[in-house]
Design a protein around this ligand. Structure first.
Ligand SMILES: NC(=O)c1ccc[n+]([C@@H]2O[C@H](COP(=O)([O-])OP(=O)(O)OC[C@H]3O[C@@H](n4cnc5c(N)ncnc54)[C@H](OP(=O)(O)O)[C@@H]3O)[C@@H](O)[C@H]2O)c1
Length: 258
């Protein structure tokens, strides 16, 4: 049994359908119930159970965990912290709410969903004979959680926080037999740029070599199955991240000029 947050569109939607097609029961979480209903009707084998709600609300989290107790006998194999939002524009011109909202959804919600899921993932490890794979926590980060760019400071802060916390958690949970995977997509052709927080309508995100969400979902599932510690997706994403690791000063100058 799996939980995918942010399942109503983009990467989360594609991953939910993919998991369902591979005989995994998925608890799909998002605010737009009509979108989740459409996924339930498309999903293979009736494998998707919708939970409508905000990931920052404790009631939504409790409802999802209760479904694991009810339908999965208290055993969870996979938690995907995917729900995410962004915002574009200079930090100094933004309301403080932009930082708070982005951190709440992209970082704090992921930590609280994980805290609630750990006992259920641990129960999965205790029933070795009944499970087919290692339980996994998969956090959907971003290449901007490895290399920070201007005009997306709040988003970068949230994804850097997610990255650091993920690395720490991986070390903590390895002795419990729980794998922690960080997937860092680059620009993805989803609805992400239609719901930016505290952002002028004329702000545009420049990007090259974007991927469709189903490609990101396939790579994510491959990383989960292989229990990879970290994957950075797309050629453009790798160029940004590894360019920054190899020549950080040069990259800072180039980004400042952009
Ligand atoms: N698109 C990109 O270029 C890109 C690049 C790198 C990383 N990512 C990351 O990939 C993840 C998925 O994004 P996407 O590209 O697939 O964007 P998307 O199509 O906008 O999907 C975002 C999902 O998150 C859900 N969501 C947002 N706020 C929520 C909240 N408060 N409570 C519950 N659900 C919430 C949305 O559902 P509802 O609106 O129905 O609640 C939606 O299902 C995010 O973490 C994002 O940061 C995206």
């Amino acid at each position: 049994m799996a939980i995918v947050t942010g399942a109503s569109s983009g990467i989360g939607r594609e991953l939910t359908l993919l998991l369902a097609s591979q005989n995994c029961r998925v608890i799909a979480v998002a605010r737009r119930g009509d979108r989740l209903d459409e996924i339930v009707s498309r999903a293979a084998h009736g494998n998707v159970v919708p939970i409508v709600g905000d990931v920052t609300d404790a009631e939504t989290r409790d409802a999802a965990m209760n479904q694991v107790l009810k339908l999965g006998g208290g055993r969870l194999d996979l938690l995907v912290n995917n729900a995410g939002i962004g915002g574009i524009g200079p930090f100094a011109e933004a309301e403080s709410q932009r930082m708070r909202q982005i951190m709440e959804v992209n970082f704090f919600a992921a930590t609280e969903w994980t805290r609630a899921a750990i006992p259920l993932l641990k129960s999965s490890t205790e029933n070795q004979s009944q499970r087919c794979c290692t339980p996994v926590i998969c956090n959907i980060g971003s290449v901007l959680g490895h290399c920070a760019v201007p005009d997306k400071s709040e988003y970068c802060a949230s994804k850097f926080a997610l990255h650091g916390w993920t690395d720490s958690l991986r070390a903590e949970l390895s002795s419990h037999g729980i794998a922690v995977v960080l997937v860092s997509p680059s620009t993805t052709r989803s609805e992400f740029f239609e719901s930016l927080v505290g952002t002028d309508a004329n702000q545009q995100s420049k990007s090259f070599g974007s991927w469709p969400p189903d490609r990101v979902a396939h790579s994510t599932l491959a990383a989960i199955k292989a229990c990879r510690r970290e994957v950075i997706l797309s050629f453009a994403g790798k160029a940004l991240v590894y360019g920054d690791r190899i020549a950080p000063s040069l990259m800072s100058k180039a980004l400042a000029k952009r």
